[in-house]
Design a protein. Structure first.
Length: 94
């Protein structure tokens, strides 16, 4: 599915706007929510080490811990003002 199609698919989901340095997902935290990036940039870190940045609209974040029920596998922080769609019931999309 293309990024445009993903954004269209989740368009009716709630929007969350993050400030720079605001944490979206905390490593180890239990959750059932995934997020779809609309705009901005996210940083993914594990044990204090940045392992990735995400800036592509339509990118999905938080799905691993949500779908596996294992808790978040990394901390995800906004690097700039960032907008995401919130998918609270991620398991229903499997």
């Amino acid at each position: 599915m293309s990024a445009h199609a993903l954004l269209d698919h989740f368009a009716q989901r709630p929007i969350r706007t993050l400030r720079p340095d605001e944490i979206l997902v905390l490593d180890g935290a239990q959750h059932d929510t995934m997020f779809v990036l609309v705009s901005g940039e996210l940083e993914v870190a594990k044990d204090g080490n940045v392992i990735s940045t995400i800036d592509g609209p339509g990118s999905i974040v938080g799905e691993v811990g949500a779908l596996l029920g294992s808790g978040a596998t990394a901390t995800v922080t906004a690097r700039s003002e960032t907008v995401v769609h919130v998918v609270d019931d991620a398991v229903s999309y499997t």
